[in-house]
Design a protein around this ligand. Structure first.
Ligand SMILES: NC(=O)c1ccc[n+]([C@@H]2O[C@H](COP(=O)([O-])OP(=O)(O)OC[C@H]3O[C@@H](n4cnc5c(N)ncnc54)[C@H](OP(=O)(O)O)[C@@H]3O)[C@@H](O)[C@H]2O)c1
Length: 296
C-alpha cells in the first residue's frame, strides 16, 4: 500500500494535539480524515490543508462508525472534560464494527486510579477499557505540554517575570503539541510494531520549575523566577477564570501528582519515531516570545 492509499482518522482535529497530528500526517503524505464536532472556521482550515473533514461526536456511536469506516489507523483524543469513559466504549465498539483499525489512545504520563484528579483516574480506566475491548491499541503517555506557559492562569504572571505554579520540586520533560503531532503522525503511518505497547512521550530534557524559569529567562532576555505557590490559591485562581469544575479538579490532581514527582522521567521516543529532537523550553519561548512578553 502506498502512503497516500493509507487513510487515517484523527479525532479532536480542531484541538491541540489533533490539529498538529492532521498537519504532520498530511506532510507525511497520508490521506487524513479529520473528525470535528462542528463545521466551524477551524474545520474549514483543516479542509484547506487537504484533510477530509467529518463531523462526529464521541457520545454518539452512530457518528463514529462512518468516521472510522475504511481507515487504516485512528488517533483518539478526548479533552479534559466529562465523558471519557463513555467516549472510549463508543469508540472501541465502533472500531470493532468497522474492521478494527489500530488506535493510538492519548493518555497521561501520571495516569493512575489512585490520583486525586478525576481526568487522571479516567485516563487509567480508559486505557483498561481499550485493552480489554480487544482492539489493537497503543497507549500514549505524554508529560506536561509546553502550551501550559500560555494558559490564562500562567501567562499573565510570566509576563510579570514569575513562573507561578504549585509544582514544588516536581520535574517534567515538558513537551510541545507540535512534537506530539509529529510522533502521532509517524505512529499513524506505521503503528504495527507498537501495538500493545504503552509509549511515553517527552520533550528533550527533564527539568524542575526553576530550570524552566532559567530557560525562559535566557530565551526572552529578561528575568523570570519560579515561585512555588499554595495549591488552593492556584486552584481558586483557575476557577476564577470560569474554568469548568471537572477541569479545575483535574488540574488540582495533576498538580498534586506533579509535586509528588509522578510527571517526571525522560525518554527519546519522539526523536526515535520522527528523526528530530523535540522542542526545548527555550525554543518554545523564542517561538512565542511576542505572546509571552505581552506584545500581542
Ligand atoms: N495539557 C497537558 O499538559 C496534558 C498532558 C498530558 C496529557 N494530556 C491529555 O491531552 C488531552 C487533551 O489533548 P488536546 O490538548 O489535544 O485536547 P483539546 O485541544 O482540548 O482538543 C480536544 C478536541 O476534542 C473535541 N471534542 C470535545 N468533545 C468532543 C466529543 N464529544 N466528540 C468529539 N470531539 C470532541 C474538541 O472539540 P471542540 O473544540 O469543538 O470542543 C477539541 O477540538 C487530554 O485527554 C489530556 O488528558 C494533556
Amino acid at each position: 500500500m502506498s502512503t497516500s492509499d493509507r487513510r487515517v482518522l484523527v479525532t479532536g482535529a480542531a484541538g491541540g494535539t489533533g490539529g498538529a497530528a492532521v498537519r504532520e500526517a498530511l506532510a507525511l503524505g497520508l490521506t487524513v480524515r479529520a473528525m470535528v464536532r462542528t463545521l466551524d472556521d477551524r474545520a474549514r482550515a483543516l479542509a484547506d490543508q487537504g484533510a477530509e473533514v467529518v463531523v462526529g461526536d464521541f457520545q454518539d456511536i452512530t457518528t463514529l462508525r462512518p468516521a472510522l469506516e475504511g481507515t487504516d489507523a485512528a488517533y483518539f483524543v478526548h479533552p479534559m472534560r466529562p465523558g471519557l469513559i463513555q467516549a472510549t466504549v463508543n469508540f472501541a465498539q465502533a472500531v470493532k464494527e468497522t474492521g478494527g483499525p489500530p488506535v493510538l489512545n492519548l493518555s497521561q504520563r501520571n495516569t493512575s486510579r489512585e490520583s486525586t484528579g478525576i481526568s487522571t483516574r479516567e485516563t487509567n480506566l480508559s486505557q483498561e477499557v481499550f485493552t480489554w475491548s480487544g482492539v489493537d491499541v497503543v497507549h500514549l503517555r505524554p508529560t506536561m505540554f509546553l502550551e501550559w506557559f500560555l494558559y490564562p492562569w500562567i501567562l499573565p504572571n510570566l509576563r510579570k517575570g514569575k513562573l507561578w505554579m504549585p509544582a514544588g520540586a516536581g520535574t517534567s520533560s515538558i513537551v510541545g503539541t507540535e512534537d506530539l503531532g509529529r510522533a502521532i503522525a509517524a505512529l499513524l503511518k506505521e503503528p504495527s510494531v507498537h501495538i500493545g505497547r504503552t509509549i511515553p512521550l517527552s520533550g528533550p530534557a527533564e527539568l524542575g520549575q526553576a530550570q524552566m524559569a532559567a530557560e525562559l529567562s535566557d530565551a526572552l532576555g529578561r528575568e523570570i523566577v519560579y515561585e512555588d505557590c499554595d495549591l488552593d490559591e492556584f486552584v481558586a485562581t483557575i476557577a476564577a477564570f470560569g474554568v469548568p469544575e471537572y477541569l479545575v479538579g483535574s488540574i488540582r490532581g495533576i498538580m498534586i501528582d506533579y509535586r509528588a514527582g509522578r510527571l517526571g522521567g525522560a525518554d527519546d521516543t519522539i526523536e526515535k519515531l520522527t528523526g528530530r529532537r523535540p522542542m526545548s523550553v527555550a525554543e518554545f519561548a523564542r517561538k512565542h516570545a511576542a505572546l509571552l512578553n505581552g506584545a500581542e
